[in-house]
Ligand binder design. Structure first.
Ligand code: GUN
Ligand code: FE
Length: 478
């Protein structure tokens, strides 16, 4: 379907979205009008049935009923913004759940690099990428920041498949050239890494010229896998093309020690030609990325479990963002990231990531639940101000939508239901008849008895997505 043939749509019923970090808004008996380009042109909080819409909203918009498709949520259903996965390795999907007792560095060598390397086979890559897109969409993820592999052809295939499925995506061709990368899976040189990345950028610009749905993202894997020269080139390229950047930071203590060892001030000074900057950064992990122009307001840093106060200040000063991956951080025994401190004390934007296959689940709802639980562990381990580190369910749903939108550079475009934003939503069914256990209505169903959002009770939430409407201009992928 193209923009010119797409129909105007009127969604009617119940809408739930994050109004603020700690506040969900419930819009009952409401209507949202979406124009033929997929933009929300009206949010009417008192117009939830067809008769009222005919009487008031359609005339106000000057819309003829014959040109409009109506979509009504049923009892027990509500529209919710599509989830945003700010960190997922599409190429690692076949390994979801396989980590044994390994931690980051041996996990990469044992499980991850061999699998990623095997996706140079386009037949296998098509099978894996089509499945991960189908699965994430089934979990309500309408936008994902994907890592592919170092292979150009199949990275481009991932972009094609996202476009066909109508899933918004940042698609990153993985760059890694250092001695820490295995010989069977690495860029031959910094020049080769940059050149391959340029090819993927050019391809995506060709297949989605306005980058409405799919964008390239510069992807140095992480500092230990990259030479100084490669990171320097990628920093320049990101600036030149004004593109987002994604990488990993401060996930695991051995990894942090390795960065210190690989990038002492003398190496940074030589690579950047700036001795005072090298000294100032004292070889911190964030400082290394900053030295190479990789720490920007368009940068997504996955994990950030063990960041020091000076790194947090540097990240905040640069406006860089964090992808919180609680499932992966628990599975690989990396640690518990203090997310409320990052958000509230440092003002760092945060979203949620599944980090498949460090994380075993491709569901952002699952990541939201795990973020709640992991925040309890932050509390147990370093109690401060009573319960100040505990994330609420409202907060993790904000991270899954509005927070994620900021992280992937789509703030004001997706993540909530407001005029001027794109219609990017999932229709959720709670699977119970409203009023079955009392007549408290939708809030009773969505929230627990004490008024807290009962996301833990949404057991089969992802499986019960009745129908997805991602962009009015995109084919429905169901
Ligand atoms: N650090 C570098 N590469 C990876 C990866 O693939 N997954 C995770 N979790 N951390 C990484
Ligand atoms: Fe990762």
């Amino acid at each position: 379907m193209t923009a010119s043939t797409a129909k105007r749509k009127l969604f009617l019923g119940t809408f739930v979205h994050s109004k603020a970090l700690s506040e969900l808004e419930y819009l009952h008996d409401s209507a949202i009008a979406v124009d033929e380009t997929g933009k929300i042109v009206a949010v009417d909080k008192d117009c939830g049935d067809l008769a009222k819409a005919r009487e008031t909203l359609l005339p106000r918009l000057g819309w003829n009923e014959a040109d409009v498709e109506f979509v009504q949520s049923k009892d027990g259903e509500f529209f919710f913004p599509g989830f945003i996965d700010t960190h997922i390795h599409a190429s690692q999907y076949p390994n979801a759940g396989i980590f044994g007792s390994s931690t980051l560095l041996d996990w990469l060598n044992t499980y991850t690099f061999p699998l990623e390397s095997s996706l140079a086979d386009p037949v296998k890559a098509r099978r894996v990428y089509a499945r991960v897109i189908r699965k994430t969409l089934a979990h309500g993820t309408t936008c994902a920041a994907y890592y592919a592999t170092i292979n150009v052809e199949t990275t481009n295939l991932l972009a094609d498949l996202c476009l066909t499925a109508g899933q918004r995506a940042l698609v990153g061709r993985v760059c890694m050239d250092s001695a820490l990368s295995p010989d069977f899976y690495k860029d031959a040189s910094p020049e080769a890494g940059e050149e391959a990345t340029r090819k993927c950028i050019a391809y995506i610009k060709q297949v989605d010229p306005n980058m409405d749905l799919v964008r390239p993202i510069i992807t140095p894997r992480f500092a230990p896998a990259c030479s100084a020269e490669l990171m320097k080139r990628l920093g320049k390229l990101a600036e030149e093309e004004n593109l987002p950047i994604q990488t990993h930071i401060s996930e695991n203590k051995n990894e942090i020690a390795l960065v210190k060892e690989l990038f002492p001030p003398a190496v940074l000074a030589r690579a950047t030609g700036d001795e005072s900057l090298a000294k100032q950064h004292e070889s911190t992990y964030a400082g290394v990325y900053d030295a190479f122009g990789l720490l920007t307001s368009r940068t997504i840093l996955a994990h950030g479990v063990h960041l020091t106060p000076s790194e947090l200040k540097l990240i905040a000063d640069r406006g860089a963002t964090i992808s919180h991956c609680p499932c992966s951080n628990s599975s690989l025994a990396s640690g518990a990231a203090p997310i409320r401190r990052l958000l509230l004390d440092h003002g760092i934007p945060v979203g949620l990531g599944t980090d498949v296959s460090g994380g075993y689940s491709a569901s952002i709802l699952e990541a939201a639940r795990e973020a709640v639980l992991v925040s309890r562990h932050v509390c147990f381990n370093a109690p401060r101000d009573g319960e100040r580190d505990k994330l609420s369910v409202e907060e993790v749903l904000w991270l899954a939508t509005r927070g994620g939108a900021r992280v992937v550079g789509l703030e004001g475009k997706v993540g909530a239901f407001e005029e001027g934003m794109e219609w990017d939503a999932q229709l959720v069914s709670l699977g119970r008849v409203v009023g079955e256990e009392g007549d408290g209505g939708m809030e009773d169903e969505v929230e627990g008895e004490r008024g807290n959002v009962d996301v833990f009770g949404w057991e089969s939430w992802p499986d019960r997505i009745a129908k997805r409407h991602i962009c009015a201009t995109q084919p429905n992928p169901t």
